[in-house]
Design a protein around this ligand. Structure first.
Ligand SMILES: [Mn+2]
Length: 308
């Protein structure tokens, strides 16, 4: 499950760098790092940052990269767009490394230092939905939000599971796994034996299931369409969501659909620059590039580039 970039990140570098990695002031390796104002301490001063699907409390969470990202930004507003803490997983067994604490602490510190932090619970942290309308440690908990960009565009911000009629089906598939698949093949044999007895033609149950899995791709685009459609109904200019772990910025007939991705597979965030431009940040790829420019000691190197 651990994604490739994180494996590389942990590889020949210290497992947990003592200092947070900060984006270099000059000659930034990523286009978005170049023209954005940096704070005196070298942090990216985005107008807005959206992250979701961090799934804290699971080993799938790329906590090192997420921690590093949160240490590299100083946004005016930070939206936590759901599935931040994985309650489903924690119910099955407690998994909470120190790094996950650091991440929570970092978010609270940002809130304390003037970042407006808005938390929109998702389906994995639905317990937090009981606290909608309240605020904890400067973190507002809301069911959804309307964000107005620097250029006056109104964006609906929500997690996205409310549009996901297939979520139960997807869970069932995940549960099935590989062992399930071979059982399924067996079942297909019996299933068609029975069909033959009734004079019915062969029908591949396994092929049907595989087809449905392949449809995961079309599920994503259908999800995007449905969410964009809902945004249009609400009379906003665009929508920001998470949930499907697939970062995207796409136009649907005048509605901008945006998904901030996740920190389990892709390690992505959506950021709004001071001028209202919104783009996807791929923090894992950014790290790989940093390593390439600065050599193998990349994890240490950016700290030396940090302005005094
Ligand atoms: Mn979700």
């Amino acid at each position: 499950m651990a994604s490739l970039p994180l494996t590389a990140f942990e590889g020949d570098a210290p497992a947990s760098p003592k200092r947070p990695v900060t984006v270099p002031r000059r000659g930034g390796v990523a286009s978005w790092a170049d023209d954005d104002e940096l704070t005196p301490r070298g942090k990216l001063k985005f107008r807005t940052v959206w992250i979701s699907d961090t799934h804290l409390g699971t080993s799938g969470c790329n906590a090192e990269l997420l921690h590093d990202f949160l240490h590299s930004i100083k946004p005016d507003t930070l939206y936590l767009v759901g599935d931040i803490i994985d309650g489903w997983r924690l119910k099955r067994g407690w998994y909470w490394p120190a790094r996950h604490n650091d991440i929570v602490r970092r978010v609270l510190k940002l809130a304390n230092k003037g970042t407006r932090v808005v938390y929109i619970p998702g389906n994995h942290d639905e317990a937090a939905r009981d606290y909608v309308g309240l605020a904890f440690g400067g973190v507002e908990v809301v069911a959804e939000a309307i964000h107005t960009t620097a250029t006056g565009k109104r964006l609906l911000v929500l997690h996205g599971d409310e549009f996901d009629g297939v979520v139960l089906y997807a869970r069932w598939l995940a549960f099935l796994g590989d062992i399930g698949y071979s059982i399924l093949l067996q079942l297909n044999v019996y299933f068609n034996r029975v069909r033959r007895q009734f004079g019915l033609p062969y029908w591949s149950l396994s092929a049907y299931i595989k087809h449905r899995v392949k449809n995961a791709v079309s599920f994503i685009s259908r999800f995007e369409e449905v969410v964009a459609h809902a945004a249009r109904e609400r009379g906003v200019d665009g929508v920001v969501c998470g949930h499907i772990h697939s970062a995207e910025i796409r136009e649907f007939d005048g509605i901008t659909y945006m998904n901030d991705g996740d920190w389990v597979e892709s390690c992505t965030a959506l950021v709004e620059h001071q001028d209202g431009r919104i783009e996807i940040i791929d923090w894992a790829a950014h790290h790989m590039a940093l390593r390439r420019t600065a050599g193998l000691a990349a994890v240490e190197a950016p700290a030396m580039l940090e302005p005094a």
